[in-house]
Design a protein around this ligand. Structure first.
Ligand code: SF4
Length: 100
């Protein structure tokens, strides 16, 4: 069995695992887990709906990190080398409906 040693430089806050443990050349920006919508903790009155609503907003965080830890990690860069949980973004929907 091979012992794999990871360096401190491969540890980035908010990432689900060490950098550069995913597919060669892939970055977090190519991964389906980068970015999700987070619910605001502060409810605001919506006059149109006549009820309190918690708005959502986009965050540049790893959804896999959130799923594994139950916490919202730090924002991560799309340029970070991917980790072992990398799953390629589905880009097939991009441009859907734009063909004539
Ligand atoms: S490669 Fe994907 S799962 Fe891993 S840290 Fe980056 S966004 Fe998260």
């Amino acid at each position: 069995m091979t012992n794999v040693v990871f360096g401190r430089h491969q540890l980035k806050p908010g990432m689900a695992y060490f950098t550069a443990t995913g597919p060669e050349g892939a970055t977090c920006g190519d991964c389906k887990f980068l970015g999700y919508r987070r619910k605001s903790s502060a409810a605001r009155w919506d006059a149109k709906l006549q009820q309190d609503v918690n708005k959502t907003y986009s965050v540049n965080k790893c959804a896999k990190f959130h799923a594994l830890t139950g916490k919202h990690g730090a924002d991560i860069s799309a340029r970070y080398p991917s980790c072992k949980y990398f799953e390629e973004k589905d880009t097939s929907k991009a441009g859907e409906g734009s063909s004539a």
